[in-house]
Ligand binder design. Structure first.
Ligand code: 6PG
Length: 248
């Protein structure tokens, strides 16, 4: 995992504060029209709440930012498992982001594959082409969490979505991957089309998978690439000893 930089924070609150500050620091420097790719899961909630607070919110160029999602659960937005629902409630509505700037992944189609095709068209429409140019990243910042199995977005180990090279978004059948509901996920090439990437990882249950990644395991999170820096903000509970010198 070359060009990855890890920072260990004392606890989940310090992690949320550092992540929100880092996000504000990147977005306030965005020139022209910017695009952010949001993540789902539990860890990101505290980051959204901190970023929505007035001191950081004031630094965000909201009139120039569009908000996208790296993945979604195939449930209505009113469902508590909805990533878009969470982001709206904890971040985008408190910030007062205009609806036209929020690009949620649709989940009102007969199947996630149809929703994925629609979202790929939305991304290409925003980008202005259906071919990603390495010199012109789609996103200014991609936020990612990490699953205990090493998944990122909804790219699970051993699933066909992980090998996708052409499509920007795919439907993910999670049969056999309980408790996960069917998903829509951006693919590795789409996630890689970013000027910066931020992993936010918390909790002791994540320590084994981070240790595996540091040891070179070929998990989805190890395959993520980015045009710019990839920062891993990890709390102490999730950090393997190799990341913490002073752990007794
Ligand atoms: C999702 C996410 C997923 C998440 C990880 C970590 O929709 O579930 O996008 O990739 O980031 O599973 O989730 P936790 O923060 O809840 O551990």
């Amino acid at each position: 995992m070359a060009d990855r930089h890890f920072v260990v924070l004392d606890d989940a609150a310090a992690l949320a504060a550092a992540a929100a500050e880092h996000i504000a620091g990147i977005l306030e420097r965005v020139g022209g029209r910017g695009a952010v790719c949001l993540t789902g899961g539990g860890t990101i909630g505290a980051v959204y709440r901190r970023l929505a607070q007035p001191d950081l919110a004031a630094r965000l160029p909201l009139d120039r930012l569009d908000w996208f999602f790296g993945d979604e659960r195939f449930v209505p937005e009113s469902d508590p498992r909805s990533n878009a629902g969470q982001a709206r409630a904890m971040l985008l509505d408190p910030l007062g982001v205009p609806a036209a700037r929020i690009h949620a992944i649709p989940t009102d189609d007969p199947d996630p594959h149809t929703s994925a095709r629609r979202y790929a068209a939305t991304l290409a429409g925003f980008y202005g082409s259906d071919r990603l140019d390495p010199a012109r990243p789609l996103f200014d910042l991609v936020l990612l969490g990490l699953g205990s199995d090493g998944h990122v977005a909804s790219l699970f180990p051993g699933t066909p979505a992980l090998a996708e090279r052409d499509r920007w978004a795919v439907g993910v059948d999670t049969a056999g991957l309980a408790p996960f509901v069917p998903r829509i996920s951006l693919t590795l090439p789409a996630l890689a089309s970013s000027r910066a990437m931020l992993f936010i990882v918390a909790g002791a249950e994540k320590r084994p998978v981070i240790a595996q990644l540091l040891a070179g395991a070929d998990l989805p999170a190890a395959r993520v690439r980015c045009a710019g820096p990839v920062l891993w903000l990890v709390d102490r509970a999730a950090a393997p000893d190799t990341l913490i010198e002073d752990r007794p």
